[in-house]
Design a protein around this ligand. Structure first.
Ligand SMILES: [Fe+2]
Length: 454
């Protein structure tokens, strides 16, 4: 039944264009961004505006709803009353002949009480909010999972107005966002003012209501505040952002996997236990053998805290997880790891650092064609400002780093090739600050790694 809806609706948000293609090696960018203070958007900012109409659905967002992308979770908030849980959907505005019933949740956080949060799983959305004000959205269902299906991801972290606009205007059309954590930064406000979760939800709606964002938990999602009686980690995030973790055999929504087009995406939690014998460890151990590179050639991992980070901010915070999991990443030939957290940009060469034991002292990263490229894309722009303080000299494993805000595109062409480009926000979208061709670690030539540390 779902097939007949397949790709009948087109959300043409971003159009295709030409990008430059070249590669850097061991570069610390000399680009100096214009000095401007990162301004916290006020609560009455235009982008936070509440939609018109009684009980109008707001903060609409979608994410993948099952393992292979044939289902979508639609979430929204109603403020005045619960309203309807139903979503009508179909292949055109005039043909909404299907419906799905969602679930309702609500939470309190200190003195804040959330609106009515709805989550509904379906295959093709058109209208949300039956019974009161209605609003219409559309999305494109992903192509069926397969080895040579072209697909473009937009890896993101916290989105400033500027970053989101640049992503939307990029001539290469991102079809889904890989979000590497730190959403609203509500925890930076007194008593973790959860109104900021609402404003952030309205701010990003213009993108996330139309294409799925794949969620990763960051430290700003923990919202652990015993001083005000809030001792359950991830409480607002868990209520607001639902992910299909059970479909991949996970026991918690902070680590899970999905398949989308020609990619298998593994999401890990830097802020859940990951040591040996823990649920996340056991899940990941069993997850890697399930990855079928004949079906999904591209193996992508998302996490919040980077393992390789040569800025002086959050230095080594990802180290203990690296020690636990890096050998698996190499054995299983992960293509690329996207992380956030550090508010700057950095890309590594293909390197690993798994030889060390307590006797041999081999603790330097080395070239490793089976290792992933590590990309820190924690550069969306945030209250803390840019991380400009770098270790000096630049480590050999670091291919390119730049203290700018920006956004990236990871564009899979087929089972062997993917084009990656990072754009700083202060140039037009035709300007690529950093780019490389990815040669698939399973199907591509081992020699295809075009940059090395030597
Ligand atoms: Fe962070």
């Amino acid at each position: 039944m779902a097939d007949q809806f397949h790709r009948l609706l087109l959300a043409a948000i971003i159009f295709f264009g030409l990008l430059l293609s070249f590669c850097h090696g061991g570069v610390t960018s000399s680009f100096v961004r214009k000095l401007e203070k990162t301004i916290d958007m006020p609560l009455d900012a235009d982008v936070f505006r509440v939609p018109h109409g009684y009980n109008a659905p707001q903060q609409v967002h979608i994410t993948q709803g099952n393992m292979d992308g044939s289902a979508v979770i639609v979430s929204w908030v109603t403020q005045d009353e619960p309203g309807s849980n139903m979503v009508l959907y179909g292949t055109s505005e005039d043909n909404l002949k299907f419906q799905a019933k969602g679930k309702l949740t609500q939470y309190k956080y200190y003195t804040y009480k959330s609106g009515f949060i709805h989550h509904c799983t379906l295959r093709n959305l058109k209208v949300v909010g039956i019974g009161n004000t209605t609003r219409q959205f559309w999305f494109t269902t992903p192509p069926e999972v397969g080895p040579d299906v072209p697909y473009t991801f937009g890896p993101h972290s916290y989105d400033s107005n500027s970053t989101l606009s640049h992503y939307e205007l990029n001539p290469i059309k991102g079809e889904a966002v890989l979000f590497v954590g730190d959403l609203s930064y509500a925890d930076n406000y007194p008593n973790h003012d959860n109104v900021r979760w609402d404003t952030w939800g309205r701010f990003v709606e213009r993108s996330v209501a139309y294409q799925p964002w794949i969620w990763t938990a960051g430290n700003h999602e923990i919202d652990f505040a015993p001083e005000i009686g809030e001792t359950k980690p991830f409480k607002p995030f868990s209520h607001r952002y639902t992910v299909p973790y059970k479909a991949s055999g996970s026991t918690a929504p902070f680590w899970y996997s999905i398949k989308r087009a020609s990619a298998h995406v593994i999401v890990l939690s830097s802020y859940s236990a990951y040591g040996k014998y823990t649920p996340q460890y056991k899940w990941l151990e069993e997850e890697f053998p399930k990855v079928n590179r004949s079906e999904t050639p591209w193996l992508i991992v998302l996490m919040h805290s980077p393992w390789y980070n040569s800025y002086n901010y959050h230095y080594m915070e990802g180290e203990s997880m690296r020690v636990m999991y890096e050998p698996w990443f190499v054995q299983n030939k992960v293509d690329v790891v996207f992380a956030g957290h550090v508010h700057a940009y950095e890309r590594s060469h293909r390197i690993s650092n798994i030889a060390y034991n307590i006797i041999n002292g081999d603790c330097m990263p080395v070239d490793d064609p089976s290792a992933p490229v590590y990309i820190t894309i924690g550069d969306g722009g945030n209250l803390e400002g840019l991380a400009t303080n770098m270790t000096d000299p630049q480590p050999k494993y670091s291919a390119y780093r730049e203290a700018s805000f920006g956004h990236a595109i990871f564009s899979i062409k087929n089972r062997t090739h993917a084009y990656y480009a990072w754009h700083r926000n202060q140039d037009g979208n035709a300007v690529v600050a950093d780019s490389m061709w990815f040669y698939n670690r399973y199907w591509g030539s081992v020699d295809g790694s075009i940059t090395t540390i030597s």
